[in-house]
Ligand binder design. Structure first.
Ligand code: TRP
Length: 373
């Protein structure tokens, strides 16, 4: 049995089971059709089932169709460097912002990471907040339509709403959803209220009544499973949610990539240089191929467990090319090393551009921080 909640992702993740356990809905052909109709195209991560489930998506899109545009909300807990696993989701969020032409509210939960990471000081978390903001900006979000909320810096506008949320959530609900015990610190019990606030805060600040759409990694769902009802009790609409699967970890399997669980030193960081990327992929990326070239030519490989093949889903947008690659790999015509080489090129191409923009982002932070209008 695996565990999936915001504070623990353990074991092989069974997404079918999560759908039942969390009470979320799988995206259907019908849902995808509606997105395509409104967006004009379907993002590869939708075509490939990486974003696989939702809550209330149809309502959110119906409102959009009627002219009531949603706003997007997602976030980052700044406790360390950003790795490739995070970026997939945010590139998808950027696509949503572009095709639907909507605002994005991006929360940096420095309070959360301070409370939950026993070994990290407040100052360290502040440094990571800054570093992580650079990476988010470098992904190309529209500064006019993107608003950063840093929990400790925007506390003045967030806290009045957070206490309204907190008053309606019990300690036992939080314990149940996150697996907390009596020895958890009291800040960690309150925190879920802070993560709830941006799902309706823009409407409070702007005196509007827009739907909220939250794209997230499925492990974050429990916060909103608890708080959607609370949001409604406070007189706002429940947010819609789009759930993503985890990007396969470097060393294979069906868990989540994590820099603080053995991933250290193996994950591809957004600040890695081309040589480091090459070294890490060649050394650590789990291979679905055979032990020798001879056997591989004869028996073929398994792209479904081969990390380079899996990661190509995020870097090769052309469905036909991707399919051809998988087919050839299965037949043994493509070797693991060859797929790795293609992946290394794609990643380095992406990182070269990213690192250039990351440098420019140093002067853009002010444009992204939310300021009362
Ligand atoms: N708690 C998330 C993390 O640890 C950050 C976060 C805040 C978030 N608000 C969110 C993630 C909304 C998804 C959606 O990374």
């Amino acid at each position: 049995m695996s565990t999936v909640n915001p504070y623990e992702v353990e074991g092989a993740v069974d997404y079918e089971r999560l759908v039942l356990e969390f009470g979320i809905k799988k995206l259907t052909e019908e849902d995808l059709k509606q997105i395509k109709e409104l967006a004009g195209e379907l993002h590869p991560q939708l075509r490939r089932g990486i974003f696989f489930a939702h809550r209330d998506l149809k309502w959110c899109l119906d409102e959009y169709k009627k002219g009531n545009k949603f706003f997007l909300y997602t976030g980052r807990g700044p406790s360390g460097p950003i790795h490739l696993g995070h970026v997939g989701t945010w590139r998808f969020v950027k696509w949503l912002q572009d095709v639907f032409d909507v605002d994005l509210w991006f929360q940096f939960t420095d309070d959360e990471k301070f409370l939950f990471k026993q070994d990290k000081s407040y100052e360290e978390i502040q440094d990571w907040t800054y570093e992580n903001m650079l990476d988010v900006i470098a992904l190309g979000f529209d500064p006019k339509k993107t608003h950063f909320l840093i929990d400790t810096k925007h506390a003045g506008i967030m806290y009045p709403e957070a206490i309204k949320v907190a008053k309606k959530i019990t300690t036992s609900q939080v314990k149940g959803a996150f697996g907390f015990t009596d020895s958890n610190n009291i800040g960690s019990i309150f925190y879920t209220a802070m993560q709830t606030v941006p799902a309706f805060l823009p409407n409070v600040l702007r005196n509007e009544n827009r739907p909220c759409l939250i794209p997230l990694g499925v492990d974050q769902d429990p916060h909103f499973r608890i708080s959607r009802d609370v949001i409604e009790k406070l007189g706002h609409k429940k947010p819609a949610i789009l759930h993503a699967k985890f990007m396969t970890p470097m060393t294979g399997g069906e868990g989540k990539q994590s820099t603080d669980k053995g991933g250290e030193g193996k994950d591809i960081l957004l600040t890695d240089d081309p040589k480091t990327v090459k070294k890490k992929i060649n050394k650590y990326a789990f291979s679905g191929g055979q032990d020798t070239v001879e056997e591989h030519r004869k028996l073929g490989g398994n792209p479904d467990i081969d990390v380079a093949c899996q990661w190509m889903q995020y870097f090769e947008d052309d469905d036909e090319k991707l399919q051809e690659m998988y087919d050839k790999y299965r037949k043994g015509e493509l070797l693991s090393g060859e797929v790795k080489a293609m992946l290394i090129d794609k990643i380095n191409e992406f990182l070269a551009e990213h690192q250039k923009r990351r440098k420019e982002a140093e002067n853009q932070i002010e444009d992204f921080l939310y300021k009362p209008e």
